[in-house]
Design a binder for this molecule. Structure first.
Ligand SMILES: Cc1ncc(COP(=O)(O)O)c(C=O)c1O
Length: 341
């Protein structure tokens, strides 16, 4: 029996064909290194184009680096970052945000489906204002959340207004921003800087459009000396063109959105197939490309026996992720295994 990783994570899928072709094309000939190349300029320009603003763009190797280096850039060592208790920066980055910022503290609050709410944020901001407590400086939210849910643009705006009112800045972990943009059907600008986001970590890896993440500074004042942070943090690619060329290709002709739309559509289809199976309960809204389900012991045994691998610790339930390459027959095959067919 062969193990199947199709729904384990959107990390298990490879690069989409357009990204792969761009990678091969970029390999031809010699060009300047460390981001001085034409591919990196093109990718950065394309990001500025789709966000309709003159933002600063940097490419780094993964989401942990994108989040932690950008937060370090927004904070001083005695500051704090308010985020959800399930956020990646709190639970899955091995303390990198604190490490790269030389001690900035992560302050967590709660809310359904991984979403922050204004009351919880304000409680954390106002909890202490004395000199003995790290000063809140940033609100960080994930779009979509780690539990597969979305903030409406208006909700982002309310959080950003609250943050501004208290003198804080707004960071968005957009490891799956493509899925959010595809699901919400709004422009990248409306979902970010027009709603008050200062810095976006724009995921390229999970949507299969690159081997890198883009750190996008809408407030360019926050990117001061970010190139040095990247270099010191081991995140300045010498052959940067391999990080950036796929971005340029996939931000063309909406490839990135089509990939994300497929993942989102397959998640909805998967949920539809699963929810009618006895012993399966879909426990969270399926808003982007994740399906969270409580599975009976019998269903779990059938899935494991058929080789399906999935995470069970994220959100306390089974998490099934879809990707740009998930096909209807993959969904049907998993559902058949769950049913015992
Ligand atoms: C919400 C979120 N942010 C960031 C990341 C990026 O993490 P990594 O450092 O593994 O690329 C992930 C990956 O699972 C994620 O789910």
């Amino acid at each position: 029996m062969e193990a199947r990783y199709d729904f384990t994570s959107d990390n298990t899928a490879g690069l989409c064909p357009e990204a792969l072709t761009a990678l091969i094309d970029a390999s031809d000939g010699c060009c300047p290194s460390y981001g001085e190349d034409v591919h990196t300029a093109r990718a950065s320009d394309r990001i500025r184009e789709i966000f309709e603003t003159d933002c600063d763009v940097y490419f780094v190797f993964n989401g942990t680096a994108a989040n932690s280096l950008s937060l370090a850039s927004m904070c001083r060592s005695y500051h704090s970052v308010v985020c959800h208790e399930t956020s990646h920066i709190e639970t899955d980055e091995c303390g990198a945000p604190e490490f790269f910022s030389n001690g900035t503290k992560i302050l967590v609050t709660s809310g359904p489906d991984g979403k922050l709410d204004c009351a919880g944020i304000e409680r954390m901001i106002l909890k202490r204002s004395d000199i003995h407590y790290p000063k809140p400086r940033v609100v960080s939210l994930a779009q979509p959340t780690e539990l597969g849910c979305l903030y409406a643009a208006e909700e982002v705006r309310e959080i950003a207004d609250l943050a501004r009112f208290h003198g804080l800045r707004v960071h968005m972990d957009g490891a799956r921003f493509a899925n959010a943009a595809a699901a919400l059907g709004l422009s990248p600008a409306e979902l970010t800087w027009r709603a008050g986001v200062d810095v976006l970590c724009f995921g390229g890896i999970k949507p299969g459009i690159s081997l890198s993440e883009a750190v996008v500074f809408f407030d360019r004042g926050l990117s001061e000396e970010f190139d040095y942070r990247c270099k010191q943090g081991g995140q300045l690619a010498s052959k940067m063109r391999f990080s950036s060329a796929p971005w340029a290709a996939c931000l063309q002709d909406d490839v990135w959105l089509r990939n994300a739309e497929n993942a989102n559509r397959m998640a909805r289809l998967l949920a539809d197939h699963l929810r009618v199976i006895p012993g399966v309960e879909i426990v969270r809204p399926v808003a982007a490309n994740a399906v969270f389900a409580v599975l009976s012991a019998a269903v779990q045994t059938r899935l494991h026996k058929a080789g399906w691998r999935y995470y069970e610790f994220i959100g306390g339930t089974a998490r099934l992720m879809t990707s740009w390459r998930t096909a209807e027959e993959d969904v049907v095959a998993l559902a058949a295994s769950a049913r015992g067919g």
